[in-house]
Design a protein around this ligand. Structure first.
Ligand code: HEM
Length: 143
């Protein structure tokens, strides 16, 4: 199986189940906010529904970046809104985001093996690099 097949099948499994009464993105959000006071602080003025919507949207934007190898206009806007002059999301917080995602994946997908975990990391990686790269920049680096 290739990376995309491993990822797609695993994603279908995690979206189809719940743990402790929480769906995948809800559990991911709980864990992300609990993982660092800095994250909780960033979201202090955001209502819960918007936070969860941010987390699931961000996930799908990264997915589409991987599939197309091109940032859509939306991801460009998001990269700027998260940079040092706006939400100020330090690059390390993306690593925490990623590790929290993988920990949540492991909780939800009983069939997740190392190859599946690697597939998730590979699919998310280009978009994370893109976001981190624009941390200190106020305009989009095009190619
Ligand atoms: C992994 C890549 C990420 C993507 C693609 C992403 C995407 C998004 C999107 C689509 C929004 C709503 C639109 C906007 O305000 O620009 C948003 C808002 C936000 N994101 Fe992210 N995000 C990511 C990572 C993070 C991380 C690591 C943090 C750290 C805490 C974070 C914090 C925020 C905050 C504070 C908001 C504003 C919420 C509000 O409206 O009050 N994001 N993000």
């Amino acid at each position: 199986m290739n990376t995309e097949q491993l990822f797609d099948q695993s994603l279908a499994r995690v979206l189809a189940c719940q743990r402790d009464g929480r769906a995948f993105f809800e559990a991911f959000y709980d864990a992300f906010v609990a993982a660092s006071p800095e994250v909780a602080q960033k979201f202090r003025n955001t209502d819960m529904e918007r936070q969860q919507s941010m987390l699931s949207k961000s996930f799908y934007h990264l997915l589409s970046f991987y599939a197309s190898s091109n940032a859509d206009y939306y991801l460009d806007k998001v990269a700027i809104s998260h940079n040092c002059n706006h939400y100020n999301i330090r690059p390390q917080l993306y690593d925490l985001w990623m590790e929290t995602l993988i920990a949540t994946l492991r909780r939800f997908d009983a069939d997740c093996d190392d190859a599946t975990e690697l597939a998730w990391r590979l699919v998310m990686a280009p978009g994370i690099v893109y976001m981190k790269f624009h941390y200190g920049r106020d305009s989009i680096v095009g190619f």
